[in-house]
Write a new protein. Structure first.
Length: 243
């Protein structure tokens, strides 16, 4: 079954960084300069460019928000990076994001975007009961889906142990934590572990963490959206490392 990426920024990122995964660019005939730049890049990369109607693009993308371009992507992406490869390159500045069961593609896309901005080495998600890479994720991520490795693991608990064995400290987020995010020193190789929407981290995941922290909540709501909380936590790591 064919897979598609859509939107000017995600498509441009795919053409720049994952051209071996691209099969065909389908687009509108338009004088829009941003679209013309994407078409020129595709031709420069020797990719087949086909002009289609707006409705045809909407049908392929499963959305009307394609901005005039849809990229046919080869099934089974070639630029797959394993956890073992990533762990061989751990340094004091390494930062990982672990998402324990995030199921909303909009949340995953937003988390990838924040991860890119914060310089995350890789985002790690479990194979079961979690969303993987989809066209919606790529669109929301605005190009970060192509720049930040998304690693899907079969056994999350085993992967967390592998991170610890590689010298990475696991910092989990929990409303039941005794200390806040701002009370913990976040330097050295760190994996930030975020829970699923509503349920939070699973018990076994929380037990693997070296530290549990919470965000101080001053209002009536008990928690923040996972993508919002992820952005706050990642940028506290960035802030501490810059100070």
């Amino acid at each position: 079954m064919a897979q598609y990426s859509y939107g000017l920024h995600p498509v441009k990122k795919m053409l720049q960084f994952s051209i071996d995964d691209c099969e065909q660019l389908l687009c509108l005939q338009s004088q829009n300069q941003r679209l013309q730049d994407v078409i020129s890049l595709a031709k420069e990369k020797k990719l087949v460019v086909t002009f289609s109607s707006k409705q045809e693009l909407s049908d392929l993308a499963g959305s009307e928000k394609h901005q005039g371009c849809v990229l046919k992507v080869r099934e089974g992406r070639s630029r797959v990076i394993s956890l073992d490869e990533i762990l061989q390159q751990v340094t004091d500045d390494s930062l990982f994001l672990v998402l324990d069961g995030v199921q909303d593609p909009h949340n995953l896309g937003a988390c990838l975007r924040s991860a890119d901005g914060a310089g995350v080495s890789a985002v790690i998600v479990p194979k079961d009961r979690a969303v993987g890479m989809t066209a919606v994720v790529q669109k929301v991520a605005a190009g970060a889906a192509e720049s930040v490795p998304l690693i899907t693991v079969t056994n999350l608990s085993r992967s967390l142990k592998a991170l610890k064995d590689a010298g990475v400290w696991l910092v989990g987020t929990s409303g039941d934590a005794e200390q806040t995010l701002y009370q913990l020193t976040l330097k050295g190789p760190i994996a930030l572990v975020m829970g699923a929407e509503g349920e939070g981290m699973r018990r076994l995941t929380a037990e693997q963490c070296d530290y549990l922290v919470k965000l101080p909540m001053k209002g009536r709501v008990e928690s923040l959206n996972v993508s919002v909380a992820t952005g706050i936590c990642l940028y506290e790591v960035v802030r501490q490392r810059m100070s």
